[in-house]
Design a protein around this ligand. Structure first.
Ligand code: NAP
Length: 250
């Protein structure tokens, strides 16, 4: 049955940034689809745990430093015995005019959004290869993987890079049965866009350009996240799927 291919029954997924926003929505969707979920967050993911039930386990880690990676892998293996899915969702954005943009705003964004994503992905891929199970990796990209944006040079650099690296890893790891894909959310109502949504002029500019006529929600991302984690997407590799209410087509 085709719907069986979308099931995540007995799969083990690591989802970073599990305490809020899109990551919380992905954790809920995976738990509903039957997966055991290891949520990684720097603050407790209590709300997510309450929504997901007994198959959710929270690892507290600050992803601005790669030194936390072995603990994440070991905790997932100790709790659930294997890893099948990784969602690199945690991310930060710093807004400042490019002419004044600080080194701190550059490094802090690149560290979380790109460096730790790459090395966590590498560590999980090694585990997939060790297990001989294949696996699914999903990188959360952005409209700024395709466009320049304004006042976001480090964020645009990180999200453009992650779309490229997604293709590199898909090319290298397809032979192990590993799929590496991305999801590029449009403008979603989360903490990430709080400042934009509070700015009346920017908010109405953005809304008027979204064909769907509304900001996206964490629920809007759930279908794509389950699809790319499931065997329904086994022949999809290296692609970044926009879930954007039509923004990129405009
Ligand atoms: P969000 O609510 O701000 O969530 C970001 C998540 O990343 C939070 O859980 C945050 O933890 C976590 N995080 C940030 N820095 C971290 C660190 N050093 N260590 C551990 N966790 C860290 O925003 P969101 O919209 O759900 O963002 C999720 C992803 O979607 C991000 O990669 C973002 O760039 C991407 N995205 C969002 C949009 C949008 O319109 N919202 C559009 C395109 C792409 P804290 O809560 O502790 O900060």
């Amino acid at each position: 049955m085709i719907l069986d291919k979308f099931s995540l029954k007995d799969k083990v997924a690591i989802v970073t940034g599990s305490n809020t926003g899109l990551g919380q929505g992905i954790c809920k969707a995976y738990a509903e689809a039957g997966a055991k979920v290891v949520g990684v967050s720097r603050r407790p993911s209590d709300e997510t745990a309450a929504a997901c039930g007994k198959n959710f386990y929270n690892v507290i880690a600050d992803l601005s430093d790669t030194s936390v990676i072995p603990t994440i892998i070991e905790s997932a293996l100790k709790k659930f015995g294997k890893i099948d899915i990784l969602v690199n969702n945690a991310g930060v954005i710093k807004r400042q005019d490019s002419i004044e943009f600080s080194e701190e705003n550059w490094d802090s964004v690149l560290n979380v959004n790109l460096k730790t994503v790459f090395f966590l992905t590498q560590a999980v891929a090694k585990q997939f290869i060790k297990q001989s199970t294949g696996g699914k990796i999903i990188n959360i990209a952005s409209m700024l993987s395709y466009q320049g944006g304004v006042r976001t040079p480090s964020y645009t650099a990180s999200k453009s890079a992650i779309k490229g690296v997604t293709m590199t890893l898909a090319n290298e790891w397809a032979e192990y049965g590993i799929n590496v894909n991305g999801i590029a959310p449009g403008y979603m109502a989360t903490n990430n866009t709080e400042a934009l949504r509070q700015d009346g002029e920017r908010s109405s500019d953005i809304l008027s350009r979204i064909p769907a006529g509304r900001w996206g929600t964490p629920e809007d991302l759930q279908g794509a996240a389950v699809f790319l984690a499931s065997s329904a997407s086994d022949y999809v590799n290296g692609f970044t799927l926009a879930v954007d209410g039509g923004w990129l087509g405009r």
